[in-house]
Design a binder for this molecule. Structure first.
Ligand SMILES: C[S@@+](CC[C@H](N)C(=O)[O-])C[C@H]1O[C@@H](n2cnc3c(N)ncnc32)[C@H](O)[C@@H]1O
Length: 455
């Protein structure tokens, strides 16, 4: 290798101030002139790292706060919960004034409030997961919300127990379940029988007596067999549906992987039932520990585009919802096993499903957009108009949407939704982009929370 000429280097550097002599002024990270050993560096960093993992203070971040979006969500919930607040993102702590006990029960991003664990921390610790607490994990419904985001929005909008929330695309009922856990009334509407059934079950599971879940292993074996042979009956509709859902989940898990082969289908069915029973025990313990009162939601199977037929004008304080993303997920096909079993005509559901409807001939050639996308946007716009119509004056709405790429064609649903909100009469307040870090579906990289107000 040719030696670099010293002359040209000094020429390049001629306008730069000469570096001070190392010996004279440069101090190590410990404030001495001695260079630390590797062990000392590792020790110093590990102390710093430990402080990051376990922040020190009375009001500290939960370990689940990982992204900038999480920081924004904490900020957002403080706006509805606290009088004054400040967030120290380096120390991972916060300071605030307000009703400390209420904040401890509500807040979704802090591990401790005034030195005591929050309700959210208790949920995360008890269930060993930041999202799969209570019955949120009843079934792997595609396109489910993160419960923490729902809780954050309920806090941000400052909703009291007397408030009424609507989710017109309620799916498996994350909004209604989280509202129930927080003691707030809600109504959830969804077009699919599967979503409706799941939301109803989550609803009922919070109010049943534990004894109703007493089934022996041999009972459960017989139940799995009778479902398999399409002979399953039960006098209690709740138990009838719960067992079916557990069975559908079992069959679906079997179809996806060979991991459970050794356990066998019946073994997995029993395991899943025991998981639900365990969740019931845990959530009832938390309820007692924090003296919570749950609120039952109302679950309706229906079409968002027909809500005007209901007497719902200016009925709701808040709408928290997420419409289907254009074509990124085959929401209906995913539950084919269940629909075949229940004898539900999938085509019938698809004919009302946003983004899945048959192309209307009259729509062809009206714009440059593919007709199917155009129809999706037409329905989305109408849904936003209806959301505006059901909201009270000064009511808030949060719509969670994602852009997708289908066949190389970008579907800009986020900006279209924001536009539809403004056209409906909403005042746009905020947009938070939440990256989906572990997303396996390459068509979706994240989702946006669009927050609006009806003035
Ligand atoms: C993104 S998912 C919502 C998931 C939900 N947030 C959850 O946590 O389970 C969109 C939902 O919109 C529903 N949907 C599609 N078309 C509809 C319509 N016309 N009326 C009501 N719901 C509809 C779908 O069944 C699906 O459950």
């Amino acid at each position: 290798m040719k030696k670099q000429k010293r002359k040209s280097y000094t020429k390049q550097q001629k306008n730069v101030r000469p570096m001070p002599s190392v010996k004279e002024t440069q101090l190590s990270m410990f404030g001495t002139q001695e260079f630390p050993s590797a062990e000392e560096i590792v020790e110093a960093y590990s102390k710093e790292f430990a402080r990051y993992i376990t922040p020190v203070g009375k009001n500290v971040f939960g370990f689940w706060m990982q992204t900038l979006a999480d920081l924004e969500l904490l900020n957002l919930e403080f706006t509805g919960l606290a009088k004054h607040y400040s967030i120290n993102s380096i120390e991972r702590t916060a300071a605030f004034t307000g009703d400390i006990d209420a904040i401890r029960l509500r807040i979704a991003h802090l591990e401790k409030v005034e030195g005591k664990p929050t309700l959210y921390t208790a949920l995360v610790d008890k269930f060993g997961d930041t999202n799969a607490y209570a019955f949120h994990n009843l079934y792997p419904y595609k396109g489910k919300f993160y419960p923490r985001v729902v809780r954050t929005l309920i806090n941000a909008f400052g909703l009291e127990e007397s408030a009424l929330i609507l989710d017109p695309f309620n799916g498996s009922g994350t909004t209604t379940h989280e509202a129930s856990l927080m003691g707030i009334k809600s109504i959830g509407v969804d077009i699919t029988p599967m979503g409706t059934m799941l939301a109803e079950l989550k609803n009922d599971l919070l109010f049943i007596n534990e004894s109703i879940l007493n089934f022996s292993i041999s009972n459960l074996r017989d139940i799995a067999d009778s479902i398999e042979n399409k002979k399953w009956k039960h006098h209690n509709p709740f138990i009838y549906k719960l067992m079916l859902i557990i069975y559908f989940d079992t069959v679906d898990a079997f179809a996806r992987t060979s991991r459970y082969n050794r356990k066998g289908k019946t073994g997995l069915f029993i395991e899943k039932f025991n998981y639900i029973r365990d969740c019931h025990k845990k959530i009832m313990e938390i309820k007692k520990q924090f003296n919570l009162s749950f609120q039952k939601a109302q679950i309706i199977q229906g079409d968002v585009l027909h809500l005007e037929e209901k007497d719902w004008k200016e009925k709701f304080d808040t709408v928290i919802t997420s419409p289907p993303y254009y074509f990124s997920i085959d929401y209906v096909g995913k539950d084919q096993i269940a629909y075949e079993y229940l004898g539900v005509e999938m085509k019938e559901i698809e004919s009302k499903y946003l983004g899945m409807k048959e192309i209307r001939q009259s729509i062809r050639g009206t714009t440059n957009l593919p007709p199917k996308v155009l129809m999706y946007y037409e329905d989305l716009k109408k849904s936003v108009d209806i959301i505006f119509w059901v909201l009270k004056r000064s009511g808030s709405c949060a719509i969670i949407v994602g852009d997708s790429t289908v066949g190389g064609y970008k579907i800009p649903t986020t900006m279209m939704t924001k536009k539809f909100c403004e056209e409906a009469g909403f005042k746009f307040k905020k947009l938070i982009f939440n990256p989906l870090l572990g997303a396996r579906n390459r068509a979706i990289r994240g989702e946006s929370i669009i927050i609006c107000e009806k003035e």
